[in-house]
Design a protein around this ligand. Structure first.
Ligand SMILES: *Cc1c(COP(=O)(O)O)cnc(C)c1O
Length: 351
């Protein structure tokens, strides 16, 4: 019962096999490897974006922070949700890589931005001329940090607000595959056709060993990105091992199959919990993460039985009256089985 995060899962055999296959002979370094050329072509085809530039890094934090550094000068601000990963989980890397830009946090239920709230935040910023931080960029996470998703139309509506202020739009797609599978949108519809300028295209949470792609739909900043990646220490020397993972991930739609499995497992868990009087869903389950509250005594039994997940927020205690509901985050991955889900449900039910 492993629900702590999707990054606790192992690597699917197709990706590990690709790494082993790449481990023959010599390959040019720093992204000049032959497999990177395949990855570039595959991403351009997948996104119907022949001019896009594609770069690989090893963490989502690097992908996000480097992307935002292209879009937002040091004296400007990135508008994002208050629960955005760039705000809560990146230890000020976006601020560091942008050279000190600010994040402006926008509220919204289920970790989703609304066009109205975004417009209000952007409109409020920078009214005082030289004294204010300036408007820089918008960052949208899909799937969100609370397991919800934006449809392509919803992304377009947010981008339209940004466009009214001439702001570029970044998408944190650490769980991009989960969002696509959930909405049925094509990669193009969810990104450049919906006004996204730069995408952090996640691999690791959905099964890769450690690789994320940065996709620049406007190649104008490509050289600048290369310089920033190198300067930031994120240009891999033995790059073929990043390329091999990403190539295998994209091949034959593996990335979408992995995400579909994770989303299905989460839907099963969510429906099972929703059917119980003693449990309550805290956010709609639209991708691969389930947020629910259930009694402390059930958490104690689950954790005693070895179930792994986080109490969310993390500062809740298992000590105390057993009937008090505690909230938890349970994340499914490409290898979550129905048996694991059913075992956790049985414990929460008290079977
Ligand atoms: C995990 C995650 C990332 C990337 O995190 P790293 O630990 O730096 O790889 C980025 N955005 C979201 C929404 C995430 O969940």
């Amino acid at each position: 019962m492993h629900f702590a995060s999707d990054n606790t899962s192992p690597v699917p055999p197709q990706i590990l096999d690709a790494l082993i296959a790449a481990n023959h002979g010599y390959a040019m370094p720093y992204g000049a490897d032959a497999i990177m050329a395949e990855v570039r072509t595959a991403i351009r085809e997948t996104f119907e974006a022949p001019d896009a530039e594609v770069y690989l890094v090893a963490t989502g934090t690097a992908a996000n922070a480097l992307s935002l550094s292209l879009l937002c000068p040091p004296w400007a601000t990135v508008f994002c949700h208050r629960n955005a990963h760039i705000e809560e989980d990146e230890c000020a890397a976006p601020e560091f890589y942008t050279g000190g830009a600010k994040l402006t946090l926008v509220e919204g239920a289920d970790a989703r931005l609304t066009p109205e709230a975004l417009r209000e935040a952007i409109g409020f910023a920078a009214r005082g001329g030289v004294h204010n931080v300036q408007r820089g960029a918008v960052s949208i996470t899909n799937a969100t940090e609370h397991g919800t998703v934006y449809s392509a139309a919803e992304v377009s509506a947010l981008s339209a607000v940004a466009a009214d202020y001439d702001l570029p739009v970044h998408m944190d797609g650490a769980r991009f595959a989960n969002a696509l599978v959930a909405t049925g949108a094509t990669p193009a519809e969810m990104t450049w056709k919906a006004g996204i300028d730069v995408l952090s295209f996640g691999g690791t949470k959905n099964g890769c060993m450690g690789v994320e792609a940065v996709v620049l739909f406007d190649p104008a900043h490509a050289w600048e990105f290369e310089l920033r990646r190198k300067r930031g220490g994120h240009l891999f020397s033995k790059h073929r091992y990043l390329s091999a993972q990403m190539a295998a991930y994209l091949k034959d739609g593996l990335w979408l199959k992995l995400a579909a499995r994770a989303n299905d497992a989460a839907a099963r868990l969510s429906q099972g919990l929703a059917a119980l009087d003693r449990a309550e869903l805290l956010h709609p389950t639209e991708a691969n993460a389930v947020f629910a509250a259930f009694p402390r005594e059930a958490h104690r039994r689950a954790q005693a039985a070895g179930a792994q997940y986080y109490l969310w927020p993390m500062d809740q205690s298992l000590e105390g009256p057993g009937d008090v509901p505690l909230s938890a985050r349970m994340v499914c991955s490409w290898c979550t089985t129905d048996e694991e889900v059913d075992a956790l449900l049985a414990i929460v039910r008290g079977d």
